[in-house]
Design a protein around this ligand. Structure first.
Ligand SMILES: [Zn+2]
Length: 117
């Protein structure tokens, strides 16, 4: 017998699964649960060099998926957006940000913040 969505919800007694308001991940606790996973992954980056090799990629991706909280300013939006593009399109280090990009962002404090898609 196949059980449909509402019927599953009526019989489900597990933890409350909600969609993260930032990225849409279905996780216990919604946005706070998603952030808890992010914090666990970043902690792992600092305890295991194998994961640390992609630390910057993880941070830029997470922040761009949650722009209301982590890209509130033009500076933070530019840093994460250019950092991700530098890593993915220019073969930049996924572990560390670009010093050239950091200097460029610092030299342009009046950048307008683009509207997230
Ligand atoms: Zn999320």
């Amino acid at each position: 017998m196949r059980v449909s969505g509402p019927e599953i919800a009526r019989h489900y007694n597990g933890p409350m699964i909600e969609a993260c308001s930032g990225c849409g991940l279905l996780v216990e606790g919604g946005a706070s649960g998603c952030q808890r996973i992010f914090e666990e992954l970043t902690a792992r980056d600092f305890s295991n060099v194998l994961y640390g090799r992609v630390h910057r990629l993880l941070v830029d991706t997470y922040c761009l998926q949650h722009p209301d909280a982590f890209c509130a300013s033009a500076k933070s939006m530019a840093a994460h957006l250019t950092g991700l593009a530098w890593t993915l399109e220019r073969e930049g280090s996924p572990a560390r940000g670009s010093e050239t990009l950091r200097r460029w962002i610092e030299a342009h404090p009046g950048l307008p913040r683009p509207t997230p898609p």
